[in-house]
Design a protein around this ligand. Structure first.
Ligand SMILES: NC(=O)c1ccc[n+]([C@@H]2O[C@H](COP(=O)([O-])OP(=O)(O)OC[C@H]3O[C@@H](n4cnc5c(N)ncnc54)[C@H](O)[C@@H]3O)[C@@H](O)[C@H]2O)c1
Length: 295
């Protein structure tokens, strides 16, 4: 047994709130934190709604959903969230500077035994861990969106990750209801690297006028049996998040990952996907409810 009882989740955006949902349902005392109080309120509303839906569909019992909500706490600062945690999972935006800032702070305030995980989709966990005095206790835990529904967890072994930390991350993932694959660190891991390639190619096709976005999505769903088209998926993931991943892959793996100019332009225009009400497609309802928490 790993001894993990309390998990802190830093960042309550698309991923952080899903990770908190799965952690609380997995039996962990879970403390969710975000810079923006609006993001925490939105996270609480969404977690409640998703648990209600799961009960309605018979996937979770009502007592289990109630207990999960009782295990869920919200904190207004990283210090408050992380000081009692056995494991901290960071889910702030996909920018190396932000991750480094959080890990530097966590290393100062957490107990020496606390493990630090990043939900990064592509960045080097070795580089993030290098700013701490506990690189052996740092690991990648790459969840998928929406976390409460998606089965996979990629556990990423960074250069200094020790066996105990790796085993604990796998065990926690399983308790959160996930199927776990363990991989050696490499830019984009398995899934983000393949997904970024497909999604980028789709933007090149759209920009070249080869077909409409709807037809490109239809072709991948009906011809290649993908459950979602690349544009439906990037609207869910966030175009800004995808662009950050591609820029990193481009820098680390070479020219075949150069972001399509149309994707760059959409991000500049603020077309970030569902969270901003408009990405490749339009989401009028989300536009009305979106706050600064999810720009
Ligand atoms: N969106 C996806 O589909 C997806 C899938 C897998 C992994 N990821 C990864 O998860 C991470 C988060 O992505 P997301 O889509 O949830 O982003 P998001 O923009 O939806 O949420 C990020 C949240 O972090 C908060 N934040 C920013 N700086 C902070 C700080 N210093 N302290 C506390 N909170 C802070 C923001 O207010 C925001 O609520 C990224 O590393 C991303 O690559 C995303």
């Amino acid at each position: 047994m790993s001894g993990v009882q309390t998990i802190a989740v830093i960042g309550a955006g698309i991923m952080g709130r899903g990770i908190a949902h799965a952690a609380a349902l997995g039996g962990y005392r879970t403390i969710l934190e975000d810079l923006l109080p609006g993001a925490l309120r939105k996270a609480e509303t969404e977690i409640r709604a998703n648990l209600d839906k799961a009960v309605e569909l018979g996937k979770v019992t009502a007592p289990d959903a109630d207990s999960a909500l009782k295990r869920l706490e919200f904190a207004g600062s990283v210090e408050e969230a992380a000081r009692e945690a056995d494991l901290v999972i960071e889910a702030v935006p996909e920018e190396m500077e932000s991750k480094i800032e959080i890990f530097t702070l966590l290393d100062k305030i957490c107990r020496p035994t606390t493990m630090l995980a990043s939900n990064t989709s592509s960045l080097s966990v070795t580089e993030i861990a290098s700013v701490t005095y506990r690189a052996n206790k740092c690991v990648g835990m790459h969840f998928f969106n929406p976390v409460h529904k998606m089965k996979l967890l990629e556990v990423v072994r960074a250069l200094e990750t020790d066996d105990g930390t790796l085993a604990t991350a796998v065990e926690v993932g399983k308790r959160m209801g996930k199927e776990v694959v363990v991989i050696k660190e490499s830019p984009g891991f398995i899934t983000s690297r393949l997904n970024a390639m497909i999604g980028n190619e789709a933007f090149y096709m759209l920009q070249e006028g080869i077909a409409s976005a709807a037809d490109i999505d239809k072709a991948l769903k009906l011809g290649l049996n993908h459950p979602m088209g690349p544009f439906e998926l990037v609207d869910l993931v966030g175009l800004d998040t995808r662009l950050n991943i591609l820029e990193y892959l481009h820098k680390s793996l070479g020219d075949k990952y150069r972001p399509a100019p149309l994707l760059v332009q959409y991000v500049k225009a603020g077309r970030l996907g569902r969270k901003s009400g408009r990405g490749v497609y339009e989401y009028p309802e989300a536009a009305q409810t979106s706050s600064k928490a999810n720009p």
